[in-house]
Design a protein around this ligand. Structure first.
Ligand SMILES: Cc1ncc(COP(=O)(O)O)c(C=O)c1O
Length: 398
């Protein structure tokens, strides 16, 4: 039969990341392609302990349907943490627990976007969020280039002047995926000012913001907002474990009420059991010490990667992230990152993700690639970057 797929399916091609990740699981492959935290950081014993206790003491509450807004104790715990630590949840805000940050982004897009509405985002950006947005607005994404201080505000202003019906700015301001760059404080204030002036909302997606290895902590854009412009998307994927699928949205109560309806249609509620595990972990265990440990581990890995990259041909540029999981390499104009990846795979079974996987418009960033430093061992990072260096040299001297 000729299956009559919906038009929105045309916007989702084969995911180059998924293809690469399939390769990455083959024996002997050095993967610098991952998008996930290191499993050694998952609090396995603690989660086991909490789960056992829950099944002994309140199995019915854990296994019964819950409310779409989220498990109330976790809502309170997250509200308190985000309010006291990060000033990012005021009395005027509501909080919705989602099945990962991804669902929060998708439900927000579904709540606000009609076909043809514009959404501004960094270019390159997190492809699953772009795809979620595309599925509701017919693909009208307006990409703004980033530099070492994040999204370019001069180009954002031009876009806001030029484009009609822009509903929101989707931004990953802290340790951006895929570039690793962070929006400076000055630009955070500017983005907020522009959003207010042009009356567009901001969706601040920040799953990495607690993973800082150097530099000064910056306020979230949400914490600077006094006008109900920003909705913050958070996640426990990178600080606890991605498989638990717990994320959250914090935004004006009215928005959260509407987004909750969209979430309800998708999956009724996020699993109570995992929400309860997160709640007990955040309340009864030392999550700050846990995050410090993760940061110590990733800081070392980032530094090993930066040291290894220092030997690269000077025409190759790369970002120096202060946190998160990734850095971004730019080859001289005209070089093809896909070809480089074919070469690194053939020479030393090294894989990374090419820039084209993160682009707003097809064909962008073909001379760039993303490197992950959270998953590989130090030895794999050194070996992997050495192979990349050899292949880059061959490519540049061909
Ligand atoms: C920028 C960004 N936002 C959202 C997500 C999704 O996170 P979650 O696992 O909470 O759905 C990711 C995951 O890699 C990400 O990089």
């Amino acid at each position: 039969m000729n299956y009559p797929y919906a038009n929105r399916m045309n916007d989702f091609g084969r995911s180059p990341i998924r293809e690469i990740l399939k390769l990455a699981t083959q024996p002997g492959v050095i993967s610098l392609a991952a998008g996930s935290p290191n499993p050694a950081s998952y609090p396995v014993e603690e989660i086991k302990e909490i789960l056992n206790r829950m099944m002994d003491t309140e199995p019915v509450r854990m296994l019964q349907y819950g409310i779409s807004e989220g498990f109330p104790p976790l809502q309170e715990t997250l509200r308190h943490r985000m309010q006291t630590r990060y000033h990012s949840c005021s009395e005027a805000d509501g909080i919705l627990i989602t099945s990962g940050a991804q669902q929060g982004i998708e439900a927000f897009a579904k709540t606000f976007l009609n076909e043809g509405d514009g959404v501004i985002c960094e270019d390159p950006s997190f492809i699953s969020a772009l795809n979620a947005i595309r599925s509701y607005n017919g693909g009208r994404l307006i990409g703004i280039p980033v530099d070492q201080d994040g999204m370019r505000m001069d180009l954002l202003e031009e876009a806001l002047q030029r484009e009609k019906n822009v509903k929101f700015i989707y931004t990953i301001p802290t340790f951006q995926n895929p570039t690793g760059v962070t929006l400076s404080l000055e630009r955070r204030k500017k983005m907020l000012e522009l959003a207010k002036r042009y009356q567009v909302m901001i969706l601040e997606d920040s799953p990495y913001f607690e993973l800082r290895y150097s530099g000064e902590e910056l306020p979230t854009i949400k914490s600077l907002d006094r006008d109900g412009i920003v909705t913050f998307v958070g996640s426990l994927s990178k600080i606890l474990a991605p498989g638990i699928r717990v994320g959250f949205l914090i935004g004006p109560r009215e928005i959260i009420r509407k987004v909750t309806k969209c979430k309800q249609i998708s999956d009724v509620h996020t699993t109570t059991l995992m929400q309860a595990v997160c709640d007990v972990y955040l309340r009864d265990y030392d999550v700050d010490a846990h995050i410090r440990q993760i940061c110590d581990r990733y800081r070392e890995s980032r530094d090993v990667m930066l040291d290894a990259l220092a030997g690269m041909d000077p025409r190759v540029r790369y970002t120096r992230p202060e946190g998160g999981l990734f850095l971004w390499v730019t080859l001289p104009e005209g070089c093809d990152a896909e070809k480089l990846i074919d070469a690194t795979l053939a020479k030393g079974k090294v894989v990374m993700v090419s820039g084209g996987a993160f682009t707003v418009e097809p064909g962008g960033f073909s001379n760039c690639f993303r490197l992950n430093f959270s998953m590989p061992t130090h030895e794999q990072i050194r070996r992997g970057v050495a192979v990349i260096r050899e292949c880059v040299d061959e490519m540049l001297n061909a």
